[in-house]
Write a protein that binds this ligand. Structure first.
Ligand code: GDP
Ligand code: MN
Length: 377
């Protein structure tokens, strides 16, 4: 889950990372009040959860009240990559002497937490990675949660000539790491981290992504979710106890158990098809879940077939069959269903479905192959 810059800044401040004074405004009156309190020059920053906001005109330094109001209204009416701007951050402008990049994230290939730093801050790090890969410093935590300062110091010296800044940046990095681990982040990024006119380090931007699977441990953070950026179908699925992720293909998948759901997507791919979604109806045998699952899947108009793949353990196949039949009564399903059932009460399930004129598969390979064939016609 991404959080807004103004929320990430609050986290930074709580962990002792310096940020410029400021506050959030929804109206130009509020912006004016904040600006009068902290004094000009001021930076107005659109709060949108997409990259390249500065380039899209969503960040502006202003020097007077008239300019503040004009720019506030201009930015408020921007549409940045399809998103409207309803909140703007009003902060004291920093007299920027130099911009750096500093982030903590996860390297999924190495299975380790990595610190990424660069003296080429401000621009998107992906661009620097392409044009000047030598200007990017990477430091792996090797499973540790606290920075080994002895090992880090040579890297700090590459970034800053000044010993005081080497020390200050290391303290700041320790704070960023603490935040990263305590809040279960997948990214904690400062771009740019700047040196101001007094030679102090300040975070001029703040980006934090929290691991969705850890949000149950952080109710306060979960409450920061901005629904404008969430997929409505995924939210509804979550609400109904289904794990659902929309994908690009046309084979709708309904599966019990996350492992089998992953396996089903692999099988669809192997057979030359493309799954339209991941959907785990879970281990229970509640027929209503099947109805909800079919309803959610059918909103995706790209779907050509629905593959239902059930391995009955705790889940009873006959309950699934009842769910499918109930769904067929309630919903007009415009695409073919391919059903594979095996395990607990398999026989009863197959009888129920065959009485309704439906055939079922026992083999996952055959069912998947049939579904892909149907989708590819
Ligand atoms: P992003 O484009 O969404 O990443 O927005 P940032 O907050 O990183 O701002 C983009 C750029 O605007 C920065 O790299 C700076 O060059 C400039 N900027 C942002 N804040 C300030 C500030 O306080 N003072 C000055 N002079 N420039 C700023
Ligand atoms: Mn930035």
């Amino acid at each position: 889950m991404k959080i807004h810059e103004y929320q990430a800044r609050d986290l930074f401040a709580a962990y002792g990372i310096p940020v410029a004074e400021g506050d959030i405004a929804k109206t130009s009156d509020e912006a004016l009040r904040i600006a009068r309190r902290i004094g000009f020059p001021i930076v107005i920053k659109a709060q949108v959860l997409v990259g390249g906001r500065g380039k899209a005109g969503g960040v502006k330094v202003v020097g007077s009240e008239a300019e503040l109001i004009a720019e506030f209204n201009r930015i408020k009416n921007l549409n940045i990559k399809g998103y409207s701007v309803d909140r703007l951050l009003i902060v004291r402008a920093i007299d920027i002497k130099k911009e750096y990049y500093l982030a903590v994230t996860i390297d999924h290939i190495k299975g380790d937490v990595v610190i990424i730093a660069s003296g080429e801050g401000g621009v998107e790090i992906e661009e620097t990675a392409k044009s000047h890969p030598d200007k990017i410093i990477k430091f792996y935590m090797q499973g540790e949660k606290i920075l080994d300062e002895q090992q880090w110091m040579p890297k700090a010296a590459e970034l800053f000539a000044d010993l005081r800044l080497q020390r200050e940046s290391t303290t700041l990095l320790q704070a960023l790491l603490k935040l990263f681990f305590e809040k279960d982040c997948s990214l904690a990024e400062i771009n740019p981290l700047v040196i101001d006119g007094q030679g102090r380090l300040i975070a001029a931007d703040a980006k934090v992504i929290i691991d969705d699977n850890a949000l149950f441990r952080h109710e306060d953070l979960a409450a920061l979710r901005d629904l404008q950026y969430e997929d409505a179908d995924e939210l509804e699925a979550k609400d109904k106890g289904l794990s659902f992720v929309k994908l690009e293909g046309n084979v709708g998948c309904i599966v019990n158990g996350a492992g089998l759901a992953m396996g089903t997507m692999d099988a669809v791919n192997l057979m030359g098809g493309k799954p339209a979604n991941f959907l785990d109806v879970g281990g229970s045998s509640n027929p209503q879940k099947m109805i909800n699952a079919i309803n959610i899947i059918l909103r995706n108009k790209a779907i050509k077939v629905i593959l239902i793949n059930i391995f009955g353990g705790i889940t009873r196949c006959d309950d699934i069959a009842v769910g499918i039949l109930a769904a067929l009564k309630q919903i007009k399903i415009p695409v073919p269903l391919v059903i594979r059932l095996t395990g607990t009460n398999e026989q009863q399930a197959k009888e129920l479905l065959s009485q309704a004129g439906m055939t079922t598969f026992t083999s996952m390979r055959q069912a998947t192959s049939k579904a892909v064939e149907t989708a590819n016609i």
